[in-house]
Design a protein around this ligand. Structure first.
Ligand SMILES: [Zn+2]
Length: 398
């Protein structure tokens, strides 16, 4: 018995490591007992990442490891090795796309979690990795080893269904009534964008994946996928499988950081907020919704607590934030005593006047109490969160 890992068989033009892994598992002889396969998301800024940056792993149990490894050897040469060297230009990203470089690993004993924790938070190399019992291929070994090293801490599940190859060019058909029904199950998570009312379960663009249903239990994911597939309003699928995943684990974020704001710059058109802080540069992108709104409201001197990911330029991408203390805001004119309207200046040394009842007052300024758009921790809306992001509402759970 031992652990198998696989990564980097896909590229933007097509292919999907989950489907390749599923085929590999289906090829195994009947004397091999297959554990729950795992789909592990890794550091989103990794230089050699593939689309979605997910790697696969599984525990395999049998009495004869050498026979199993012979089988894997043959399968590797015939079906996986030929997937290497593909590359296609991205239409959505200027990032240089690296060629697919499949990697597969076998560990007789599961390595500890250290390599996984590094691979989910920063750039790692193969040189840093625990050495597999046997390995095949290239750079994909990095993700494969990380997937095997994941300690199954804070697990969620995703049932993934793959399309029939002949349907790839057609638009996806998934029964929306079933999506509505399963969306009400307590164990189903992130199946719908609550603001737009749209489904999050189908991937965008070209992919062999028809849908992925995420759930907090294995059974919930399996039942939901079975119902979707059984409907005559869902297209016929090649098959489906439930994966244990580190999605929604929050494992990519280290400890929170306290910082004092030194300066704030908001992009005039795109509204991204760049924060200069005593703990380094940070950014809150417009897509982050509430996080961006709160960031744009800040003034120099405010102190904040943030959790985020450092990109390759050393800029922290804020994923969660709360305000700890406020610096004084610019003073304002007082309110009218009669109608509570904000008074206006009549000009230098002319006093103030209420724009509503026209009552006049002496020249004056008042402190205003800072009133942030949100209190406590904020996070992006569900459609804008990373796969790895753990919802704030889950924070008090184990
Ligand atoms: Zn008034």
């Amino acid at each position: 018995m031992g652990w198998l890992g696989l990564d980097d068989t896909d590229h933007l033009g097509g292919g999907c490591t989950t489907e390749v892994f599923d085929s590999l598992l289906r090829s195994l002889p009947s004397w091999v007992e297959v554990g729950v396969p795992r789909l592990v998301r890794l550091w989103p800024f990794a230089q050699k990442r593939t689309r979605g940056n997910a790697a696969l792993g599984v525990e395999l149990r049998c009495d004869d490891d050498s026979n199993l490894i012979d089988h894997l050897d043959v399968y590797w040469r015939e079906y996986i090795e030929p997937l290497g060297g593909f590359q296609s230009p991205s239409t959505i990203s200027s990032r240089v796309q690296v060629q697919s470089s499949p990697g597969m690993v076998w560990f007789s004993n599961r390595p500890d979690e250290r390599y996984y924790l590094d691979a989910v938070r920063k750039e790692v190399t193969l040189g840093d990795a625990p050495v597999p019992t046997k390995s095949w291929g290239g750079a994909g070994q990095i993700g494969a080893i990380a997937a095997v090293s994941w300690p199954l801490h804070r697990v969620t599940y995703e049932a993934i269904a793959w399309r029939k190859h002949e349907r790839y060019s057609m638009s996806r058909q998934i029964d929306s009534n079933v999506i509505d029904a399963i969306d009400g199950w307590p164990e189903i998570v992130f199946s719908r964008d609550p603001r737009k009312g749209t489904s999050l379960i189908a991937p965008r663009g070209q992919s062999p994946v028809l849908f992925g249903v995420r759930a907090r239990t294995y059974d919930g994911a399996e039942e939901a996928a079975s119902l979707l597939i059984a409907s005559e309003h869902t297209e016929e699928v090649e098959g489906f499988r439930v994966f244990a995943t580190n999605q929604a684990s929050g494992d990519h974020l280290g400890d929170s950081i306290h910082a004092k704001l030194l300066g704030l710059e908001v992009h005039p058109k795109r509204k991204h907020a760049r924060l200069d802080t005593d703990a380094g540069p940070m950014v809150a992108f417009f897509e982050g919704g509430p996080v961006n709104q709160l960031a744009r409201w800040l003034v120099a001197g405010d102190t904040i607590e943030v959790r985020g990911l450092l990109d390759t330029d050393g800029v922290l991408h804020i994923e969660q934030m709360q305000v700890i203390s406020f610096a004084p805001r610019r003073k304002q004119r007082p309110l009218c005593e009669d109608c509570s309207q904000r008074l206006k200046s009549m000009g230098a040394k002319q006093g103030l006047r209420c724009p509503s009842c026209r009552r006049r007052f002496e020249d004056d300024w008042v402190e205003i109490t800072p009133s942030p758009p949100f209190n406590g921790w904020v996070e992006p809306s569900v459609d804008a969160r990373r796969h790895l992001a753990r919802p704030l509402a889950w924070d008090d759970e184990k």
